[in-house]
Ligand binder design. Structure first.
Ligand code: KG4
Ligand code: ZN
Length: 318
């Protein structure tokens, strides 16, 4: 079994996954409530909380899997990208467990982890496919020809899609994190109420900063009372613009690479409108969209393990 740790942002997560991709435990402790009062993740606060949570979360994963450290053949951990202090807590904990058990350590790239959320369970996906990775930190279109490798076809030139959701939610007074809040509010709104722009860039890149500015100006121009009344319409129209940009580009990428399959992963893949907007696409399971350690364990199966004790000098990357 692989024990994986993920601490790149504000989720402290541990998972146990078998070599053939069966998830035995997947524990995620979100710090969202802790950061909500600041309107976003405070890196130093996140690091300190990871430090408090990492051991209980690993214990909980072992309990859930009915396993012990002796059953672990290697330890996987997110090495980057993410918040450097937060990553270092997970990396130090993973090194400690691996070293104590004299087993190899597998450093995993967080983005490869998101893609590998498609390789778990009964309906594990087989490349080739085009992957839309939309999260709080990244928006990427990837050409995936084999597990463990990918070529970037397009990326965002400014904000990530999840960041656009979070900033939009903030402008609408919905608090942090905002993606799920916009998703929920949009259900009772009219997506055609406001005509928000979808950036028309050449190629397969994205841009969301113009959309965010358009929402800002619209919100500013509305009297407070009307803003209250039309909040759901604003959420629905804003969400529609983000989803439209993602869907258009994903389709274009599939056309360009002649891929038969489009897959969607990352926190924004949890969005209900996006999930409905790409019929036939392979969608990451809901519980594996936002950050978790099961996807890190999954990716570790296709990454190079570092033998005991060479990994003690490994560093994280921001
Ligand atoms: O993958 P993730 O957990 O963390 C990163 O690697 O960034 O993604 C988090 C992002 C946040 O921006 C959050 O607002 C967004 O995913 N998100 C959503 C939904 N659930 C989470 N965005 C839109 N609709 C959702 N239902
Ligand atoms: Zn992520």
């Amino acid at each position: 079994m692989i024990l994986a740790l993920e601490t790149s942002c504000d989720e402290t997560a541990a998972a146990l996954v078998t070599d053939d991709g069966a998830v035995r435990a997947n524990v995620v402790s979100s710090q969202a409530d802790l950061h909500a009062r600041y309107g976003g993740v405070v890196p130093e606060v996140a690091s300190r909380r990871h430090l408090e949570l990492v051991v209980p979360v690993v214990r909980e994963a072992l309990r859930e899997a009915n396993a012990e450290l002796g059953d672990v053949s290697r330890v996987a951990v997110t090495r980057g990208p993410g918040l450097i202090g937060a990553l270092l807590i997970g990396l130090a904990a993973a090194k400690a467990v691996a070293w104590a058990r004299r087993v190899p350590l597998v450093p995993v790239d967080h983005l490869q982890g998101h893609v590998a959320s498609l390789y778990l369970g009964e309906d594990a996906l087989e490349p080739p496919f085009v992957c839309l990775l939309a999260s709080g930190g990244h928006t990427l279109l990837l050409d995936v020809r084999e597990r463990g490798a990918a070529t970037v076809l397009g990326t965002t030139l400014d904000d990530a899609a999840g960041e656009a959701f979070d900033k939009g939610a903030r402008l609408l007074g919905l608090g942090y994190p905002g993606g799920a809040a916009i998703d929920a509010l949009a259900r009772s709104g009219d997506p055609d109420a406001f005509a928000f722009p979808v950036a028309r860039l050449p190629g397969l890149d994205f841009s969301f900063s113009g959309l965010k500015t358009a929402l800002l100006y619209t919100v500013r121009a509305l009297p407070q009372e009307e803003l209250e009344r039309r909040r759901a319409d604003l959420a629905a129209s804003y969400q529609r613009a983000i989803v439209r940009a993602l869907v258009e580009r994903a389709r274009a990428a599939a056309e360009r690479t002649r891929a038969d399959t489009v897959a969607v992963v990352g926190g924004v893949a949890a969005n209900s409108e996006l999930r409905g907007a790409l019929p036939g696409a392979v969608l990451a399971p809901l519980d594996l969209c936002t950050d978790n350690a099961a996807m890190i364990a999954s990716a570790a199966r296709y990454a190079e393990p570092v033998p005991y004790p060479d990994y003690l000098g490994l560093d994280a990357y921001a």
